[in-house]
Design a protein around this ligand. Structure first.
Ligand code: EPU
Length: 427
């Protein structure tokens, strides 16, 4: 059984600490390939995606010591392979983040071609076009991409067609070892990119402009291992803020371990919905909202509204006093959870990449299936407010990105149990 069972209607109170950001930790782990030796990463979330990335690195010859639950010492000195095999890339598309570092270190990479996933086709054409500009040639054969910088990586100017997070990261990680200067225009600006550039600069890279649309990288001859703390997970924080907005008691719910500036647009939209938050040390306190105002949201690259918060906020809007519109601009297939939410009584009509939502008084507990990571978490949030019991199945999706999700909710007073918690290291 792979189920989270939620008994609705229990008030939440107290404080919850978020883990390190999944989408930062995975790229920082990949980046250790660039610095032969032992890099120590702290505040690493204990989630199944991190274990998959660990397996990718180990396959290449790295060793990983788990110094404590959230500290990994990754030794990449003996890495002698530049292949990310199909069975691991198929489990986690983010395995493709090793392409840039492998090119940076060895001038070669062999990566299984990622197929589609629950969020849609998710191509990597922009990674490839950008790397080609740096002198990499590509070949595909038997489901693998062969990348080769036979004459070495050479700095260049690259304008991304779209501010892709993954393409920006792969390009940065290759360009740090290219000859000369690389300028990435229309770069993604997510806080996780700033975290990556910060660690690379500590390693000896020369990157400026991370967090702005123009990132400039002066290539260097070598990078050295460092110690680095993973930035707090803004999306996990946002998820608990929504839980608090739905069910907090008088004192509110405190969410700590993250930088509220990383949630700017989410907080602005929550405010429009009538949700009050206040700054506390290392995070925010959120109060329950009696009457949720309808809202108009479109997902966009940072600093726009994050696609990774779309499902959780749709739960709020589905209980709003009126009609809301949520437009998904990043992924073509990220509304799958909406039909599950409808099974709990929500009124949501999907038209292309718009969700038209008519608020209802409340949800009723039901059996629902988690379609993906964020959609699964959103269904658990809906279960917190629903009348009766909600059973969310396929929760392995949730454990890809949320550490101890059930335990953290329980510590706030939710009545939630996992029928069988997948061991993150099994995945
Ligand atoms: N895209 C292309 N070609 C490319 C690259 C991207 O068409 O070469 C398209 C994608 O198909 C997608 C859109 O551009 O429709 C955005 O893709 P992006 O590259 O920005 O996203 P990503 O790097 O694949 C990361 C996160 C996602 C998060 C997005 C957007 C990781 C491991 N994943 O994905 O996180 O939603 O950025 O912020 O960092 C999640 O945590 O639940 C999650 C899906």
């Amino acid at each position: 059984m792979d189920i989270i069972r939620v008994e609705g209607g229990h008030t939440l109170e107290g404080s919850v600490h978020v883990s390190g950001a999944k989408n930062s930790a995975l790229k920082l782990m990949a980046a250790t390939l660039l610095a032969p030796g032992k890099t120590t990463l702290t505040n690493v979330p204990n989630i199944s995606d991190v274990h998959v990335m660990g397996k990718v690195l180990k396959r290449m010859g790295a060793t990983i010591e788990v110094a404590d639950e959230h500290t990994l010492v990754i030794d990449t000195s003996q890495v002698d392979s530049w292949e990310a095999p199909y069975e691991l890339v198929a489990k986690m598309r983010a395995s493709t983040a090793v392409m840039g570092p492998l090119l940076g270190r060895f001038g070669k990479a062999k990566i299984a071609m990622p197929g589609g996933c629950n969020l849609g086709a998710r191509k990597i054409d922009m990674h490839i076009l950008g790397l080609e500009a740096l002198g990499v040639s590509f070949d595909t054969d038997h489901g693998y991409i062969y990348a080769d910088a036979a004459d070495g990586l050479v700095g260049s100017s690259v304008t991304l067609e779209f501010a892709s997070v993954g393409a920006t990261e792969n390009l940065i990680m290759a360009a740090v070892r290219a000859k000369g200067e690389t300028v990435i225009d229309n770069a993604a600006r997510e806080p996780e990119i700033v975290d990556l550039a910060t660690m690379l600069n500590k390693m000896g890279a020369r990157i400026t402009g991370a967090g702005t649309p123009v990132v400039t990288i002066q290539g260097v001859d070598e990078l050295h291992p460092v110690e680095h703390r993973v930035v707090g997970d803004r999306i996990e924080a946002g998820t608990f803020l929504v839980a608090g907005a739905l069910m907090a008691g008088e004192a509110g719910v405190e969410v700590t371990g993250f930088n509220p500036m990383h949630l700017g647009m989410v907080l602005r939209k929550m405010e429009q919905m009538g949700i009050k938050t206040e700054r506390i040390e290392d995070g925010l306190r959120v109060h329950r909202v009696e009457r949720i105002e309808p809202v108009d949201i479109q997902t966009l690259p940072f600093p726009g509204f994050p696609t990774d918060m779309q499902a959780q906020v749709m739960v709020l809007s589905a209980l709003a006093d009126g009609g809301s519109i949520i437009t998904e601009n990043i992924f073509e297939n990220r509304f799958m959870f909406a039909s599950e939410l409808s099974r709990m009584g929500a009124h949501i009509r999907i038209e292309d990449h718009h969700a038209i939502i008519r608020g209802v008084e409340g949800f009723s507990g039901a059996q629902v299936v988690s379609p993906d990571l964020r959609g699964g978490a959103a269904l658990v949030l809906a279960g917190l407010t629903a009348e009766g019991v909600t059973e969310v199945s396929a929760i392995h999706h949730i454990y890809r990105g949320y550490e101890r999700f059930v335990e953290k909710l329980t510590s706030l007073g939710a009545v939630v149990e996992a029928a069988s918690v997948p061991d993150p290291s099994d995945d």
